[in-house]
Design a protein around this ligand. Sequence first.
Ligand code: GTP
Ligand code: MG
Length: 308
Amino acid sequence: MLGFFKSKLKKISKSLSTIKFTLGDKIRRILSGKVDESAYEHLEQLFFEADLGAELSMDLVERVRRKIQKNKEISSEEILKDIKEELLTYFPENKKNLEVDKKPYVVMIVGVNGSGKTTSIAKLASKLKKEGKKVLLVAGDTFRAAAIEQLGKWAEKIGIDCIKSKTGSDPAAVVHDSLTAAKARDVDVVLIDTAGRLHTKTDLMHELEKIKRVSSKLIDNAPHETLLVLDATTGQNALDQAKTFHQFTPISSIILTKLDGSAKGGIVVAIQKQLQIPVSWVGLGESEEDFIPFDAKEFLDALLSTNN
Ligand SMILES: Nc1nc2c(ncn2[C@@H]2O[C@H](COP(=O)(O)OP(=O)(O)OP(=O)(O)O)[C@@H](O)[C@H]2O)c(=O)[nH]1
Ligand SMILES: [Mg+2]
């Protein structure tokens, strides 16, 4: 049993360390030279370019400046360790991922077009199934026939049920039918896929509210979680999306996808610091296994590590 967990942990750290974050190397390079005013400016620019946000970038530079003023002999590794410790304070401890404590446990997945909702649902479903949970997928994206098909294909591959409806039908009606079925079929977890929407389109955002209303009428406090899927490669735009979605429908946590395609990664910290919405899962590729629970310490180790 212990061996199983150990190999699992090993796999997690291996996955995160495969991401080519460049921040750590760049900081080391600056700190290894003469640290003058232009070096501090360069450092601030690096933090900013890594998507940490303007305010935090400034704060971090001031922190480094104070450290160096206090101890001229300080090594770059010690400075990086201090930055890591500072960033770690923004992340709440012991955040549990998907604590399925009700039956059926209803999870709604939202996000803009192409952020990775459907793929993440498949990855999550696969994990839950492996844990022995009975999972039901709901094709709540009724705008596109291809979307319903895409989810159906994943369900088939994983070997779980998926409730679909005709293209153009009311997503709230599909959700109603699905939750009724979930109760009858003794389902543990219901994962609701939703149509990609521009966070600026108010009518579409109101549709999410309708899905929520219908859910809570059938099952107390459903949806029990609303997960927002954000594409890590979109940087600060992801932060704006999180803000708007959160206004319309409170977000429980974030699935950050495509971290494998981002050299930056600082957006995780910016979201956590500015919105206090935890990141619960990370997508590291297109296949079913490329999905890991987010661990702040491991993430910061990867973010600030060396890639040489
Ligand atoms: N590299 C990489 N690609 C991903 C990841 N997650 C999703 N993708 C890819 O991103 C594309 C869009 O993913 P979908 O799951 O269809 O996104 P969606 O949010 O459901 O899109 P819409 O239904 O159009 O709103 C697909 O090609 C996925 O394979 C990830 O973590 N890493
Ligand atoms: Mg989709």
